[in-house]
Design a protein around this ligand. Structure first.
Ligand code: NAP
Length: 260
């Protein structure tokens, strides 16, 4: 049993749907005060209202993680609404596909701006409050794609996700004296609106590559984030936690054949 997370102030980027919504819902169920951030104002407000109607304490804010002024506003609203920031979940991310030869510098910049620079800008804006918390936590949603695996069409995405892990390792050292831990979860394929948009063939193919025979749920990721945000995880920093149903384990298709 983990120590209560009740009353903690938690900021979650990319929280209007998918994994971020799952993280926000779980933390709110555990009694935390959550600030949900995403670009689409109407959608993020609907998600926060859902959490409130289930008895949670949730506030919504429209903001883009790649804009420094939006991240400053995010920290301001968290402080005004919840008195500070104890936990930051850097989860906002995009995964458009473009193969090398077709990818434009603009495609590259867009993905790196949101996924990697957005992680830095989110941490930077929340830093004074995380330091003041005394038990600050940063949990970054990276991916298996980049740090461990590759997938055609996602060289920019993979670079951004591997870059997040590099960021986590150095940020963990810099913030250790302040009691702030910085870790990353590396999801495999998780059933979200974003993944559903990749099409039924993608979902079927991916399911066949996962030893547990299913895509992950947003709750599978949220529980890993909750652990890394807990008091019990105080001595874990700069680490990555793969949550993928065993997807990265098979050495070849032959390794999965015995499971059919
Ligand atoms: P999703 O269903 O597409 O949701 C993405 C969320 O991020 C939405 O709330 C979206 O809302 C928000 N967002 C996108 N760009 C943003 C920006 N510039 N500023 C603020 N918010 C932004 O995606 P998901 O599948 O839940 O993925 C969430 C994270 O998990 C991403 O970092 C992704 O790389 C990572 N991940 C996912 C999987 C998977 O299988 N699902 C696997 C590995 C890693 P708006 O569009 O309204 O801003």
């Amino acid at each position: 049993m983990l120590t209560s997370i009740s009353g903690r102030s938690v900021v979650i980027t990319g929280a209007s749907r998918g994994i971020g919504k799952g993280i926000a819902r779980l933390f709110a169920q555990k009694g935390a005060r959550v600030l949900l951030v995403a670009r689409d104002k109407a959608q993020v407000e609907v998600t926060a209202a859902d959490i409130r109607s289930a008895g949670g304490l949730a506030v919504a804010l429209a903001g883009d993680v790649s804009r420094r002024e939006d991240m400053a506003k995010m920290a301001e609203v968290a402080i005004a609404s919840h008195g500070g920031i104890d936990i930051l979940c850097c989860n906002a991310g995009i995964f458009p596909s473009a193969k090398l030869g077709e990818m434009t510098p603009n495609d590259w910049d867009q993905v790196l701006d949101v996924n990697l620079k957005g992680t830095f800008l989110s941490v930077d804006a929340c830093l004074p409050s995380l330091r003041a918390s005394g038990r600050g936590r940063v949990v970054v949603t990276s991916s298996i794609t980049g740090p461990i695996t590759g997938f055609p069409g996602w060289s920019h995405y993979a670079a951004s996700k591997a870059g997040q892990v590099g960021f986590v390792r150095t940020a963990a050292i810099e913030l250790a004296p302040d009691g702030v831990t910085v870790n990353a979860v590396l999801p495999g394929n998780i059933r979200t609106e974003g993944v559903d948009a990749l099409g039924a063939d993608y979902v079927t193919e991916m399911t066949s590559a996962i030893p547990q025979g299913r895509l992950g749920s947003v709750a599978d990721i949220a529980f890993a984030v909750l652990f890394l945000a807990s008091d019990e995880a105080a001595f874990i920093t700069g680490q990555t936690l793969v949550v993928d149903g065993g997807q990265v384990l098979p050495e070849s298709h032959m390794a999965l054949k015995g499971l059919e």
